[in-house]
Design a protein around this ligand. Sequence first.
Ligand code: SAH
Length: 461
Amino acid sequence: MRYLPLGFDVKDRSCLIVGGGSIATRKARLLNKAGARLIVVSPEITDELRQLSAGSGGEWYKSGYAVDYLQQAELVVAASDSEVINAQVSADAQAQRLPVNAVDAPELCTFTFPAIVERGDLSIGISSGGAAPVLARRIRAQLEALLSPGLGPLVDLAARMRARVKAALPEARRKNFWEWVFAGPVANRIEAGQLEDAENEILKALRDWQGNPSPVGEVYLVGGGPGDPDLLTFRALRLMQQADVVLYDRLVSPEVMELVRRDAERIYVGKKKAFHAVPQDDINQLLVNLARDGKKVLRLKGGDPFIFGRGGEEIDKLSEAGIPFQVVPGITAASGCASYAGIPLTHRDHAQSVRFITGHLKDGSLDLPWKELAGPGQTLVFYMGLTGLQTICAQLINHGLDQGTPAALVEKGTTQEQRVVVGDLTSLPGLAENSEVRAPTLTIIGGVVGLREKLQWFRPD
Ligand code: SAH
């Protein structure tokens, strides 16, 4: 480690900036965020810098640098456009044992500004000791993406609650309480922008904790997308990394499962057609029980939990049981498969609407509004439609849809094993059999399928 990261409390302390251009302004912005008094020495100065300095209770000396200015400083930044002046400032500051930073000249610095990720009072500094600034900035970009904007308000809330929590709970339990606050429903309320609810949640939990040592957990109903892990949302990823236990099924790809917290317990509750590994009622009950044990439970589903995912039934039970939950949307198979197959679901020349339909056979028959489905100008997307494919195509033709209407099957869409089979209403069932297409497969029917020839782009390995 080349530099030791320290937290410098510059609030209301005089920081001297030598220079008045854009770089000086950038440093001033940072110092200003932390509440510093900005003393600026420079013949010229940007408007922003002048305002920042005046607003901080500081001063602008419209002159060249002179060593006397250091008398007022507790921290010094040499940001003029002259290397000679910067070197002089650095030498003078070091002679007086003042911390000094000189822009773009590490050898003149006794401290550096790291790349900063900031969420309110929470700040993370990243430094490569000058070895690889581009790498430091990349890491900053990654952290920016990973850390929720809600962390700032969360830190604020924690600051406001600190004394209360201290008064209410003995030291031994406070750590657990804060763990719960930062990982559980409070943090999630804040992420969802529900600041007042979050505060009430803390107060209520505090009362509960005073009376009863084990708080309830929470359930995250999360859409895992169609397969490619790059299609997860940031929130999905965040919750996946917080979970104590995960319930998943067959549609969740192994690549997505890889991203679940390593030491989370994994429970497979997958269903295979006509063979229910774990009946839905049991899944619902399991979610309730695990949450009542105080666990953070991740219910991870393929695609979007609210599209043919029975997500509604699962949270219905949770709501009845008074267990906090949240739902995270995922990219549904229709969007994922269509994009990765190069088939736009709507198109001005072909389809003004799109319908998501279940092709799941009940007692071997399909009871669907065929007349409507055979109407013009729409795209039909059948989920779970492989077994009933023959019936679907025949019914659509019987109800007036042109038998030459293009139709496609997308097998394991968005994954490296994606296969697309294209035909029309007459040929598709035969093609499916010859190519031994297997679940999960999505069926897309309509003029838009014809666009694939030109628009396909995804070529799995
Ligand atoms: N909630 C899920 C759908 C569950 S129903 C979602 O929003 O995507 C299960 C059906 O989804 C499968 O039978 C299949 O038709 C479709 N499906 C899900 N993932 C798929 C994938 N990667 N490729 C093709 N079809 C998929």
